[in-house]
Write a protein that binds this ligand. Sequence first.
Ligand code: M6R
Length: 604
Amino acid sequence: MCGIVGYIGKQEKRALLIAGLKELEYRGYDSAGLATLEKKCPVLEIYKTDGKINALENLTQDFTSKGEGVGIAHTRWATHGKPSATNAHPHVYAGSAIVHNGIIENYATLKEKLQKKGHVFSSQTDSEIIAHLFEAQLQAQNLQSAPTKEQALQAFQKTIAQLEGAYAILLINTHFPTCIFYAKERSPLLIALAKQGIFFASAPSALSQASQMVRLEDGSIGVLDLHTPFKLEDLGTPSAVIQDSTQSDLEGFQTLMQKEIYEQYKVLTLLGRIKAQRVHLELPKGFLENLSCLSVVACGSSYHAGLVGKYLIEDLAQLKVQVELASEYRYAHFATQAKELLIAISQSGESADTLEALKLAKSLGLNTLAICNTQNSTMSALAHATLLTHAGLERSVASTKAVVSQILTLWLLALELGHKRLSKQALQEQIQALHASMQAIQDALELHPQIQILSAQILKQNPKGYFFMGRGVFYPLALEGALKLKELAYVHAQGYASAEMKHGPIALADCSLLSIALLPQNLLFSKNLSNVEELRARDGLIFAISPTPIDNATFQIQTKPYPHYMPEFFSMLVVLQLFALEMAQLKGLDVDKPRNLAKSVTVE
Ligand code: M6R
């Protein structure tokens, strides 16, 4: 992942670069750095630090870089080498500095070769190799004087030709203080042109000064110079920069996550897709006709949404659905079926594994559908069709409102796929359940004060582990509840299908294990209760989430009763989100930027 920014022009560069990085901080925030060069005195100015962008801002507070020149900057999510100032980008060798997003898979072999030739490396990263290779290529040209731009570009092309893996790279060199060399393969890189200069970034949000941009294709390599006019059309197909600024304020909430949980009801707008008792999806005519089966690929919370979708589609449309982790699908060997549709679900539309799974499905001849929250994302550009989930920009690393919108979209898709077999009455019941679900999302917020008190009590008990259990759609909900708690509160949590307990996990049950049991009234209530009894019989602590009072529960959050299991599902989803939020806050943790994580996972 990581975020990169570049600028060629006459404006003060530090402020521009830091502003750009702040927009990309969701891509990684364990260390950051910037490098500038000015035409009138072409010396590399380098600043690097561990920590978030604020740390870089403080470090550079007395630095300005005015006048014609270039700047590159980077916010890091560590892959090779610990988060530290040394491992932060830009990496410098001789007169060159580079920033890189991606992974150079063959860096160890390349590094060894250069070390044998006397190169000394400063960092443990894979990325540093790029600066060394470039300088080695320049040297190999045996030039008697400073390289020309064409010679440098040739050296850069030879450098890139040696790299295996994924990369978006920006390189600056002291001989070319008005140029940035760039290369792109399987990591996003955008270029925009504005009257203030030329901008490079990993995502549109960091291109706020421009109105038009180009999303580079894989295999793009080149150099841009402030003094060599060019048109965006020369680089690819221009599109509008959609200003999804991530810098807007908290609107009175303590954290972005809380704000995003509290605005989940807004996904109600998705129900606008229901008109005259029929779901209208923005898909090409016939796109959903005569399908033989569906395959769904996604990661993390989006994968959990996909699992919920499986239950809904199989039930309502009687169509077989296979849900795979994108990271497994992309390396699996399988047979496809005629009229099989592949659905890729992703909030960002940029997750590397989901993207590659989508590409694989396309190459196998499948029709593909992206379910995405981000307009203009790589996935929606690639898929045959896209359904936008319209949750609005999600900035907290933990996915909340995006998941709600994904599940809702999949539910609508299930209804559309099943419309021929569903009776008028069945459809009417589903539409009522959809509306009740939106109300349930709102109702559940009233439980927040209780959840806060209960979280403090649970923390005091200090359980050795947290099991989440449910059946049917409540099984993926259990997985999602456990993921939220893990990523935010840094405790060991695991989700299970309730009945699986006795096939192994119950061996852990004792008075220090807390099981969070999802007990809806309208789906297998007594079966679930039996599983709870089995844990209680072994002294396990039970946190019951149910509209029905559970006698032997250690803790309970009593949700509102609804006549259908789906509003119960959404009500419990909100309870689990608030539980994770409170547990993290009580521990004094950074809820919006949990350690080791990033919002957009663009490496595999
Ligand atoms: O952008 P995507 O939906 O493709 O992201 C997938 C996962 O990285 C994401 O859902 C992750 O699991 C979240 N941190 C969960 O809260």
